[in-house]
Design a protein. Structure first.
Length: 294
């Protein structure tokens, strides 16, 4: 099958709806969401990063889609193909149309066997790993007043905290091109999502200076997320990360949440150890594939 591929900078309402329906079909088939939050947000203007949309058309609508986002100097791609159109050349057509430079990468969410085979056949190798971890909260309260360093205060986010949150995020995730690139526009776009509540974003301060934050997210009545947990590198090592984690879990538990998930880079052993020590276990892995060098 040779699927025609459209290259777009914005999606009209009809195409956006078709792409979202395609992603939903794929998630039902694979039991893994094929597009991450950044890609889904970019489907609707205004976008917060330079984004290109590739749409592979079939007889009855899109059968493939690729989302290309430039974050600083990094270009990352996410590609999806309708389960009924796999192994027909649609993925190959999308990859060719993407014209990815040598320093770019393609995400494989869940790192499913078909994606691994696709990457191997095209000379792509695993480069980065994003771990999804999960834990079940106990029936008893997770401590409504978690232990915190004596000079640390943890409180809900307020509008005056925006600059500090962006500063801490950029410094804490300097190694992470997607999360570390969050600017004021993207921060506003995330807060504009239906799930957002100020009370779910906890800010840690010391002597009135923000030193970290724990942004929690409620997916539904039962499932929550350690959405972003960040500590200013200058303040690390004093128990702030642990205090923020426990405060966030207590906050979610008080809201009735029973299961908590999170995503963490596989090359961050300190963070992975922190989460493991509080009951989180790896449930699946997302992998970024890049062109082999040499």
């Amino acid at each position: 099958m040779t699927a025609p591929v459209r290259r777009l900078t914005t999606l009209d309402e009809a195409t956006r709806a078709e792409v979202e329906a395609l992603a939903e079909r794929i998630e039902r088939a694979d039991r893994v969401a094929p597009l991450n939050e950044a890609a889904l947000i970019s489907l609707r203007p205004p976008t917060t990063h330079e984004t290109t949309h590739l749409v592979a058309d079939g007889p009855a609508g899109p059968i493939g889609y690729a989302n290309l986002q430039r974050l600083g100097t990094a270009l990352t791609a996410q590609m999806v193909v309708d389960p009924t159109a796999r192994r027909t050349g649609v993925g190959t057509a999308l990859l060719a149309a993407a014209r990815l430079p040598a320093d770019s990468g393609v995400w494989s969410f869940g790192d499913l066997p078909p994606a691994r085979a696709f990457a191997a056949a095209r000379g792509l190798i695993a480069d980065r790993e994003l771990l999804m971890m999960a834990t079940e909260l106990p029936d008893a309260e997770v401590g409504t007043t978690p232990r915190t360093p004596a000079d640390l205060q943890i409180r809900p986010y307020g509008p005056a905290d925006e600059t500090a949150v962006l500063r801490i995020n950029a410094r804490a995730f300097a190694h992470h091109p997607e999360q570390g690139a969050m600017d004021a526009a993207e921060f506003a776009a995330r807060r504009a999502q239906q799930w957002y509540r100020d009370e779910d974003l906890l800010v840690a301060t010391r002597a009135d200076l923000a030193v970290g934050f724990h942004w929690t997210k409620r997916h539904d009545a039962e499932t929550g997320e350690v959405y972003v947990l960040a500590v200013d590198p200058d303040a690390q090592g004093g128990g702030i990360g642990t205090a923020l984690l426990l405060a966030g879990l207590a906050h979610l538990r008080a809201a009735g949440i029973r299961r908590v998930i999170l995503y963490v880079a596989g090359d961050q052993p300190v963070a992975v150890h922190l989460y493991r020590s509080h009951g989180f276990e790896v449930t699946h892995r997302d992998v970024m594939y890049v062109p082999a060098t040499g």
